[in-house]
Ligand binder design. Structure first.
Ligand code: IVH
Length: 678
């Protein structure tokens, strides 16, 4: 066989295999190979296609990373119009819908689905390969966003299950941005001074309409498909069967979809879905009720706007208008100033909202919200409520603009906003708001983990003048605690003993607890493995610190500045005089008790050896991403675990940072440079 043919076959095999793993991971949520193995397959295919451009195909998984930007989207007319649904807002309206159905066609079975709050799209396949993906647009004409839709890994680029012969089909579904991704996208945008998205739907729509597919790819969109719109060949008899067929073809179908007979079953399923609303990682704004039989659907037909065989049952809206009473300034632990909207309390989907973040001064200006305005407030899932926009038509004309104060409202010291930065800060170390944050952070789980010393107790201790700084915690007596509300002999005794326990804390915890800017859990751990004691660290120069793998120049400067301050030196001395000493790690090695997860390929060590290194140092190797993982070590081309870790807020570190924590690679376990086979 000619070499070209061998390569072509290999590429074809790789494509099939990779898409199979994509499907298992993104659609079935049950991968059968490690990220590393997956990455190796993808890398091999990339190499092949790069070396032999003739081998590349449009349905290759390498096409999912996002191609070249476009200047505008082409128009696509939908062969079958994309109609929308009629809405009902209460059980009575739903019963009326049912009565109309029964009158027209008699008793029916229904399918009840969550109504995903995203963006409707259509996907057309020809010869089993994704040909065109389009937005709904006005229902007749949409936009060709194929290059962006391709980046969604749960969209099959080629139909599965040997069903390519099905040929030309059109399916429809809802593209959405998972809530975790929405949060991280907004966090990033806030940091960069870009406008934040009001809700996941806007974020999804904004991402799908990105002219640069690489940006769309980076957002982490997903899809649920719910309509088989067209199919050459035998059409299933019911909607439920069509969902099963779509599943076989490789589409992602929402797992909460149920068949229901009778309105009572439908209503109880709608209630169940509404109860689940806050626990899902995507937004739903209602349920969709569809007549199951296609024959009966056809009989029922369409009105000019909506099908008569389906209806949406809308849940309580997640946005309401209310009055913006004031804009308060909140001072964070590091002094960051956040304008906070103080709202006339309003119940949004069962939660009373009276405050909403306005992120930063630029955001207030951009939205042009003024004190006294009527504003639209939105709450999605467990995300902090957002002020979406003001309603300028409701203004009296006397609404003042917000002006960022020149001085900190808590301590009166001047605020600073360095040129080129988005955030305004209070730089006064003794600002009472910052002191409160510092104390909370010091006692928190990731720092000294002082059980029983929660925010309410700290506030009381500050109010009564019993503590002023973190060191004062170690001077507290049982009698002091008995002066606080809610403290009895037993609870006071318990708190004193947990304070005692933390007197001899791990160095990493103490370092994290000090609240040095740029020093979080990871850097604290890194520093504690490098320096035996706090004294040793405090005398390290900025250059020396910057030379440590995993410590950037900004962090090095911040650490050096911290230890150069007389105030901090005095605080550390006070701590040490009170017997607070840092313990080096815990028994059993430098990674004792820490859980690591690897994703992507490591340069200088094999995955197996890296895992051995973790366990030899008393650490644990995790098999999947979960909240109790301490660090995700990301090599090159990290897999989807990386995204998942980001979503969960797990510390993600690189290879050099990993070695900083784990210590040097033992002899003999360096990765061999791969030999070329042919
Ligand atoms: S069925 C004629 N099912 O809600 C049937 N739509 O106005 C139309 N949607 O445009 C769609 N989840 O974008 C259907 N499970 C679901 C849905 C759903 C969300 C969207 C869709 C549609 C809008 C209804």
């Amino acid at each position: 066989m000619a070499l070209d043919e061998t390569l072509r076959r290999r590429a074809e095999l790789l494509r099939k295999e990779i898409e199979e793993h994509n499907y298992r991971y993104y659609v079935l949520d049950s991968p059968t190979i490690s990220d590393y193995e997956y990455d190796m397959l993808l890398k091999e295919l990339e190499r092949l296609e790069k070396g032999h451009p003739g081998l590349a195909t449009p349905d290759s998984p390498t096409q999912r990373v996002g191609g070249a930007p476009v200047s505008e989207f082409a128009e696509v007319s939908h062969r079958i119009p994309m109609t929308s649904l009629d809405n009902t807002y209460n059980p009575d309206e739903l019963r009326e819908f049912h009565a109309r159905v029964i009158k027209a066609v008699g008793e029916v079975e229904y399918v009840v689905e969550p109504k995903i709050d995203g963006l409707g799209v259509s996907l057309v396949y020809e010869n089993g390969v994704l040909l065109c993906g389009a937005t709904r647009g006005d229902g007749r004409t949409g936009e060709d966003v194929t290059s962006n839709l391709r980046t969604i890994r749960s969209i099959p680029l080629r139909l599965r299950g040997g069903k390519e012969q099905i040929g030309e089909i059109e399916v429809r579904g809802e593209v959405y941005l998972p809530i975790g991704k929405f949060k991280s996208v907004n966090e990033e945008r806030g940091k960069n001074g870009e406008p934040v998205f009001a809700n996941p739907r806007n974020a999804a729509a904004g991402s799908i309409r990105q002219l640069n597919p690489k940006i769309a790819a980076s957002r982490g969109l997903d899809i649920f498909t719910y309509t088989l719109a067209d199919l050459r060949g035998d059409f299933p008899k019911t909607h439920y069967e069509s969902l099963e067929l779509m599943k076989e073809l490789g589409f992602r179908i929402n797992p909460l979809i149920r068949k229901c007979s009778g309105m009572d079953e439908v209503l109880s399923r709608c209630r169940e879905l509404e109860e689940m609303r806050d626990s899902l990682d995507y937004e739903i704004d209602g349920a969709v009720i569809k007549v199951d039989s296609f024959e009966l659907q056809k009989k029922l037909g369409l009105t000019s706007k909506h099908p008569r065989w389906a209806v949406a049952y809308k849940f309580a809206a997640r946005n309401r208008t209310t009055k913006l009473l004031d804009i308060e300034i909140q001072v964070g632990r590091t002094g960051k100033i956040t304008p906070v909207a103080i709202l006339e309390p309003v119940n949004i989907g069962g939660v009373t909202v009276s405050r909403a973040t306005l992120h930063n001064a630029e955001e207030v200006e951009r939205k042009d919200v003024r004190i006294g305005d009527t504003v639209m407030v939105e709450r999605s899932g467990d995300v902090i409520p957002q002020v979406v926009r003001p309603l300028p038509e409701m203004r009296s004309g006397n609404e003042p603009h917000f002006v960022m104060p020149g001085a900190c409202p808590e301590c009166g010291k001047p605020l600073s906003k360095p040129v080129g930065e988005v955030d305004t800060r209070c730089t006064n170390n003794s600002c009472p708001a910052r002191i409160l944050w510092r104390l909370k952070h010091f006692a928190s789980r990731d720092s000294l983990d002082i059980e029983g010393l929660g925010p309410q107790t700290i506030i009381q201790l500050l109010d009564k003048g019993l503590i002023e700084d973190i060191a004062d915690i170690f001077e507290l007596k049982r009698q002091d605690l008995l002066k606080l509300e809610g403290f009895k002999e037993k609870s006071a005794g318990n708190l004193i003993s947990s304070i005692e326990k933390s007197r001899n804390a791990e160095l990493a915890r103490l370092l994290n607890g000090l609240g040095i800017r740029e020093v979080g859990r990871f850097t604290a751990q890194l520093l504690s493995s490098r320096y035996k004691t706090l004294e040793a660290l405090s005398s390290a120069t900025e250059e020396e610190l910057a030379g440590i793998a995993g410590i950037g120049p900004k962090t090095a400067a911040s650490i050096a500045t911290y230890f150069a301050s007389d105030e901090n030196v005095a605080l550390l001395k006070k701590l040490s005089d009170l017997g607070v000493s840092a313990r080096k790690g815990t028994c059993g090695g430098r990674l004792a008790g820490r859980k690591f997860l690897f994703t992507g390929s490591l340069e200088s060590i094999s995955r197996g050896d890296a895992e051995k290194l973790v366990t030899s140092q008393g650490g644990i190797v995790a098999s999947g991403v979960s909240k109790d993982v301490d660090y995700v070590v990301a090599g090159s081309d990290p897999g989807s675990k990386y995204e998942k870790a980001k979503e969960l807020g797990i510390e993600i570190i690189g290879e050099s940072e990993f070695f900083g924590l784990a210590g040097p690679v033992p002899n003999g376990s360096k990765k061999q440079t791969q030999k070329t086979l042919f």
